[in-house]
Design a protein around this ligand. Structure first.
Ligand code: MTE
Ligand code: MO
Length: 309
C-alpha cells in the first residue's frame, strides 16, 4: 500500500490552522503525483488512498474531526480525555508488525505494509459507544478483521481471539504505572471476530490513523462498548478458552467479556439507557447492540444478555 505526501515540513515550522487545511488539501491533490512512500513511514494527517464507501455505514453525521481526535481514551498515555492527543505523537509506529499465533495452522508475523495489502480499504462510518456514557460517529478506514485472521488458518479448536496492544514504556508514561494490567488485552469469540462488521481500522476521516486513535492498526467492534476496540495491536492469539481481558480482570462486575451495548443492562456506576453524543447538549436513547441488532443479534440467540453482559 502506497500513499503520497509532499516533502517534509520542518518540525520547527509553526503551522496555523489555515495552512494546515491547505496542506491537507494539497495531499488530496497530490494523489498520483510525485512523492510516494510506504504507509509505515506515513504520518498522521497523511491522506490514505480513496476508500470505497461501505454498505455497513450509518448515514448519521460524523462527529467533528477535532472531537474524534481530541477526546480519547488511551490509558497507556495516562488517564484524561485530552492526554492521548497531547502525548501519543511519541508512539513509534514504524517498524510495526502483528503476530498471529496460538491455535492456527500457520502462525505468522505480518508487517503492517503487508497487512495493508490484504484487502482494498473501505470507509465505514460507525457509531462508537463508550461505557462511560458518551458516543461518537467515526468515519473509519479499514477492512474486515476476518481478512487478517484467515491468513493464519485457525484450527478447528480455536474458539476465541485475544488481541494485545503495544507496550512502549519510553513513549507511554501510563504503562509505567499500575493503572491497568499491561499489555491492554481484549478478546472476542471467534464468530464475533470473523463477523464482517468487525473492523481492522488503519485510518479515519480518509487519513492515516492518528496515534491517539490507535495507529497503525486497531480493532473496531461497533456493537460493543468502546473498551473492546483495542488500539495499536501487536498480537492476536487464537485460544480455545475465553481469554482474560484487561477490564474484566480489573472489575469483573463492571466490565463483562461480551460488553455488548445494551440499554437495559446498566453498569453499576453508569446507566446505559442513554448516551451523550459528543458535541450534543441533550442525551439520546441508547440502542440495543448500538443499533447493529439486525446484523449481530443472531450471534447471541438464546443467550441471557443479563448473565453474559
Ligand atoms: N490499548 C488501548 N485500547 C483502547 C483503550 C485504551 O485505553 N488502550 N481505550 C478503549 C476505550 S475505553 C474506548 S471508548 C476506545 C476509544 O477510542 P477512540 O479514542 O479512538 O475514540 O478505545 C478503546 N481502546
Ligand atoms: Mo470507553
Amino acid at each position: 500500500m502506497l500513499i503520497q505526501r509532499p516533502h517534509d515540513v520542518p518540525p520547527s515550522e509553526i503551522t496555523p490552522k489555515s495552512v494546515f487545511a491547505e496542506r491537507r488539501q494539497f495531499l488530496r491533490l497530490a494523489a498520483g503525483g510525485a512523492l510516494v512512500l510506504a504507509l509505515s513511514d506515513a504520518h498522521a494527517g497523511d491522506r490514505l488512498p480513496a476508500a470505497a464507501a461501505s454498505p455497513y455505514s450509518t448515514p448519521e453525521e460524523p462527529t467533528p474531526y477535532r472531537h474524534v481526535t481530541g477526546y480519547n481514551n488511551f490509558v497507556e498515555f495516562g488517564s484524561g480525555k485530552d492526554i492521548p492527543a497531547e502525548r501519543a505523537h511519541r508512539l513509534r509506529t514504524s517498524p510495526w508488525s502483528v503476530t498471529l499465533d496460538g491455535l492456527v495452522h500457520k502462525p505468522r508475523m505480518l508487517a503492517i505494509e503487508d497487512i495493508l495489502k490484504l484487502a482494498p480499504l473501505e470507509e465505514r462510518v460507525y457509531r462508537l459507544r463508550c461505557v462511560e456514557g458518551w458516543s461518537m460517529v467515526v468515519p473509519w478506514v479499514g477492512f474486515s478483521l476476518s481478512t487478517l485472521l484467515k491468513q493464519v488458518e485457525p484450527l478447528g479448536s480455536a474458539r476465541y481471539v485475544a488481541l494485545e496492544s503495544v507496550v512502549q514504556p519510553d513513549t507511554q508514561p501510563g504503562v509505567r504505572l499500575p493503572l491497568l494490567d499491561w499489555p491492554y488485552t481484549e478478546g472476542l469469540r471467534l464468530d464475533e471476530a470473523m463477523h464482517p462488521l468487525t473492523l481492522a481500522a488503519v485510518g479515519l476521516y480518509g487519513e492515516v490513523m492518528p496515534k491517539q486513535n490507535g495507529a497503525p492498526v486497531r480493532l473496531v467492534v461497533p456493537w460493543k462498548y468502546g473498551f473492546k476496540s483495542a488500539k495499536s495491536i501487536v498480537r492476536i492469539r487464537f485460544t480455545d478458552k475465553e481469554p482474560l481481558t484487561t477490564w474484566n480482570k480489573l472489575q469483573p462486575d463492571e466490565y463483562g467479556f461480551y460488553a455488548n451495548v445494551n440499554p437495559e443492562v446498566s453498569h453499576p456506576r453508569w446507566s446505559q439507557a442513554r448516551e451523550r453524543r459528543i458535541g450534543d447538549f441533550l442525551k439520546r436513547p441508547t440502542q440495543l447492540f448500538n443499533g447493529y441488532a439486525e446484523q449481530v443479534g443472531p450471534l447471541y440467540a438464546g443467550m441471557d444478555l443479563r448473565k453474559f453482559y
